[in-house]
Design a binder for this molecule. Structure first.
Ligand SMILES: [Ca+2]
Ligand SMILES: [Ca+2]
Length: 244
């Protein structure tokens, strides 16, 4: 049992599985998308982070104006994606964006998403979007991981106009302490759960029929590249989405 537990801990630390933590029996991880951020590829279309699952959800680097840049920093045996804290004062903007795809839309099914996040106290901003598909406004619906004010939070909004409630599972303790944290959001039925470093920190009730299915891209580091995009200025690794 100790060996099994150690293995689960290692998997959770890699940001690739949370099912085993919450679901009782262990399940094999099968994310729809994951970015190990160990490398980038640049071609005629620009620079992108390859999808580590092999499913081809390229994470294109998209810059706003003023433009921010993402660089790779050391993390474990590999790298992580560092967003640009050096230009916070000028509201520079840069995100990682993957095109809409059916396996990124969970509908009303269970879904897990998350990332490993490193945030320094000086990088804290009121809005800091880590990972999202969709928007809180306008009916698109949304699943999101954020670090607003340095506090990890999971957010869901139903697609459509009938249920516009914004559901949030936020931990009151700041994670902006200059250390890596493993942040996992999980929707199971009528529950939305935030897990930080393997410990459940917040659990809230959501509408059982809430569904997220939209035409928005998957975005890391901001809601878009426009002014007021809730730019994230920390570092990310192993951002992932997993249905089921
Ligand atoms: Ca990495
Ligand atoms: Ca879609």
């Amino acid at each position: 049992m100790r060996a099994a537990r150690t293995r689960l801990t290692a998997l959770a630390a890699a940001g690739v599985v949370a099912v085993a933590v919450h679901g009782g029996a262990a399940q094999a991880a099968a994310p729809s998308v994951r970015y190990d951020a160990d490398t980038t590829v640049t071609d005629a279309g620009g620079t992108y982070f390859p999808d580590s699952t092999g499913l081809g959800h390229r994470g294109h680097v998209e810059q706003g104006s003023p433009a921010g840049t993402i660089r790779l920093i050391a993390h474990g045996a590999g790298k992580a994606a560092k967003f640009p804290a050096g230009c916070m004062a000028t509201s520079c903007r840069v995100i990682i964006e993957a095109a809409d795809a059916p396996d990124l839309d969970p509908g009303s099914g269970d879904v897990t998403w998350g990332a490993q996040v490193l945030l320094q106290p000086r990088e804290v901003t009121p809005g800091a979007n880590v990972l999202q598909k969709g928007f809180a406004q306008g009916g698109a619906g949304l699943y999101k991981l954020q670090a607003d004010g340095g506090k990890a939070g999971c957010v869901m909004v139903d697609t459509g106009s009938t249920n516009t409630t914004v559901y949030r599972a936020t931990w009151a303790t700041s994670i902006a302490d200059g250390a890596w944290h493993d942040l996992v959001c999980r929707r199971t039925g009528s529950t939305l759960t935030l897990t930080v470093d393997g410990t459940v920190r917040k659990r809230v009730a959501i509408a059982a029929d809430l569904g997220v299915s939209n035409s928005a891209p998957l975005r890391l580091g901001g809601k878009n590249t426009k002014t007021g995009n809730d730019q994230f200025f920390g570092a990310l690794d192993n951002a992932f989405v997993q249905r089921g």
